[in-house]
Design a binder for this molecule. Structure first.
Ligand code: KIV
Ligand code: ZN
Length: 514
């Protein structure tokens, strides 16, 4: 193991959440944060506290829960943002404020409408405001990848003098190429006169599919923090994928002079959890965490692997958390076994009532389904949490689908406690169900995506449905799981409607500074 450490800064809960529709509730964020902590992520960026009261509460809840990782809150270079971030992080064991301002000509002129000197002045003020609240301050030069290196040197030097101990260089729009980005990092570390007083960090977006390559190139040139997300979730094409960065550095210790502290066996469980919560499926051929990442299809490969695993495998599936024996519970499992397995998955309940509600759902599921897998448990807990705060609840439904007949659905909902019923026909049973729901709620939302995924294998598997709805420019994803996919679809639609209501009036960190 190398003596230098590479800091892993996970921003799944902040930049990851900026993917349209990937918003998470406070409890979901806490669940993911616990898994990240168990994975030994160094810094968890929990959100953007000024964005909304829900975001503030989520950062606060993560700050209160997490003990072994640093907890970070994002703030524009504005006093009100920094105050709010400081407040949300008040109870964190190791808080960090991450403040940023754009430094590229296009952002300074067109977005900020500020002169370069004013931007430096604002950055210095922001770092000082943050240092008045916490000891650990990170400064980011937004759109550094398209900024003038001379200007970057000046603003970075000023930020370090003002008290920033981490300097983050984002390729905000994913424009850079690996060699060029590595060269930028080397230049900054060499030319910034006080560079030795800060850790240089990188934050790469994946618009050209180069986020991981750019991050690794920067690490080779001296960057000692990488900002990344589970499954590469994030704004537009996403951020650098944590699992790829970590496993590249771990696997290629012959070229990297540093390594991370990450417990890599937690990677697959974390990937599954993030996918279940956000409704963003992982593509089968995704590196490290895709279902086919360690599958050998061709006879030659299978033969080679059987003779000697190293012939075709550069990593071991079990080292990243793929386990051979995934059957966990069944019909006869008791409450204790249920609680213990959930705890192993990083899921704990705040109260006995919540545990009881989840256990009741587990028993219902176990009646329908012989073997219960970890993925089933994660979906079940998400369903239980959604049920705790749902405004649109499914009371009952009946769907008729017959060859030669038009499918018909009758749905009864409870909306804020009042029962309403409607019937509708549609092109198929799911279409009829959605139309019946709309006949009751009249949300006016537009369906943007509908997908069904079998959570596990077998015809008794639960179907996990994702429904993406759009209304007035806001996009949300709803999830529902059930062994009956039409019921799962109705639940997913109602979950999306709940989120549409919850999400009103949320600010985006990168829209404007002033
Ligand atoms: O991509 C970006 O520039 C960011 C900053 C806020 C760090 O997400
Ligand atoms: Zn970003």
């Amino acid at each position: 193991m190398s003596s230098h450490s590479l800091i892993i800064f996970d921003t799944t809960l902040r930049d990851g959440e900026q993917s349209p529709g990937a918003s998470m509730t406070r409890d979901e964020k806490v669940r993911i944060a616990k898994v990240l902590e168990r994975m030994r992520v160094d810094v968890i960026e929990a959100g953007f506290p000024i964005a909304s009261p829900d975001d503030f509460e989520a950062v606060r809840a993560v700050a209160v829960t997490v003990e072994d990782s640093r907890v970070c809150g994002l703030a524009r270079a504005l006093e009100k943002d920094i105050e709010r971030a400081g407040e949300a992080l008040k109870e964190a064991v190791a808080p960090r404020i991450h403040t940023f301002i754009a430094t590229s000509p296009i952002h300074m002129q067109r977005k900020l409408r500020m002169q370069p000197e004013q931007v430096i002045e604002q950055a210095v003020k922001a770092v000082k405001w943050a240092r008045n609240r916490v000891d650990d301050v990170e400064f980011s030069a937004e759109d550094a990848g398209r900024s003038d290196p001379d200007f970057l040197c000046r603003i970075i030097e000023a930020a370090i003098d003002a008290g920033a101990s981490t300097i983050n260089i984002p390729d905000t729009v994913g424009y850079n190429l690996p060699e060029q980005f590595g060269h930028l990092i080397a230049t900054l570390i060499e030319r910034v006169t006080n560079a030795d007083k800060a850790v240089f960090s990188v934050h790469c977006h994946n618009d050209l599919g180069l986020a991981v390559a750019n991050s690794l190139s920067a690490v080779r040139q001296g960057a000692r923090q990488v900002e990344c997300t589970i499954n590469g979730l994030g704004e537009r094409a996403g951020n650098a994928a944590l699992e790829e960065v970590v496993m590249a550095v771990r696997t290629r210790q012959d070229v990297f002079d540093c390594d991370t502290r990450i417990d890599t066996t937690q990677i697959v469980p974390a990937s599954r959890l993030v996918s279940t919560i956000t409704g963003f499926p992982v593509q089968p051929n995704k590196a490290i965490v895709g279902a086919n990442a360690f599958a050998h299809e061709s006879g030659i490969h299978q033969d080679g692997v059987l003779k000697s695993r190293e012939t075709y495998e550069i990593m071991r599936a079990e080292d990243v958390g793929w386990s051979a024996n995934r059957i966990v519970l069944g019909k006869h499992s008791g409450r204790n076994a249920f609680r213990t397995r959930l705890k192993e998955l990083g899921i704990e309940f705040d109260s006995e009532e919540e545990l009881n509600a989840a256990f009741a759902r587990f028993k219902e599921l176990a009646d329908k389904k012989h073997e219960i897998f970890d993925e089933d448990l994660q979906a079940l807990v998400s369903e239980t949490e959604a049920a705790n705060r749902e405004r649109h609840a499914l009371v009952s439904m009946r769907v008729c689908s017959e060859t030669g007949e038009t499918p018909l659905a009758r749905v009864t909902l409870s909306i804020d406690g009042a029962e309403r019923q409607a019937e509708a026909t549609g092109g198929g049973p799911v279409d009829a169900t959605f139309r019946a729901i709309e006949a009751i709620v009249e949300s006016g939302a537009r369906l943007k995506l509908y997908s069904v995924n079998a959570i596990t294998s077998g015809t008794d598997a639960q179907g996990e449905v994702t429904v993406r709805l759009e209304k007035a420019g806001r996009i949300v994803n709803g999830q529902g799981a059930d062994t009956d996919i039409v019921i799962a679809s109705a639940r997913a639609y109602l979950n999306a409607l709940d989120k549409l209501m919850l999400e009103a009036g949320r600010a985006h960190p990168q829209f404007s500074h002033v």
